[in-house]
Design a protein around this ligand. Sequence first.
Ligand code: SAM
Length: 207
Amino acid sequence: MKLFEKHQKFIDEMARKPSGTKAIKSYNDPKPHFKSFAIILKDLDFREKDEYVEIGCGGGVLLNMALKKVKKGCALDHSADMVELSRKNNISFIESGKAEILQGNAEALPWDDNTFTKAASANMFFFVEKPQKVLSEINRVLKPGGKFSMVTMRNSLLGKLTFGFLFKLKIYSNHTMETYLQDAGFSNISVRSQFPLLQICSAVKPG
Ligand SMILES: C[S@@+](CC[C@H](N)C(=O)[O-])C[C@H]1O[C@@H](n2cnc3c(N)ncnc32)[C@H](O)[C@@H]1O
């Protein structure tokens, strides 16, 4: 296998659609992502009555943090191994009926309109093929007044030269992201960059 193909396979198995022992170990304790989890938790400011949904949940570690505070939590990932790991990491919440973790594509969310009060996505939006479709799906499943918080990679030279190039990530300027969120039906939009690599987005479904 050529070096480029080998590299792509590695990226796919470790991040785009994680699978296998190494990926499972990594997403069971995703320390490099804890900063983005903390940003989302602060922004969403969970209340006991909240019904939360997470898109691209990986090993379900952020979901687990949320489930300790909310009434109900659902999550979706397109990787079978991540869904299994996420279920394992949240088994008590699933057994008590408080959590649901499904395998699927962010472009077609398996939940009804107006279901959740809070939604999040951490470190996954740069893999999405149809960003506008995914954002309008998130808007659709949120209740009026529901809040969406997302951390992805900012549009910087450093980001493009490192992960952007290696991982073939889709990185958007803050202005483009604001436009996408607006087109998806959100208001109260805030998109900002945080050094060195983060783009932090927050928006509300009008209600
Ligand atoms: C880099 S991992 C991040 C996982 C977790 N959010 C975290 O921060 O640790 C990206 C995750 O998004 C998932 N993902 C990527 N594209 C997706 C899509 N179109 N639909 C559903 N899940 C997707 C991958 O399977 C993977 O678990």
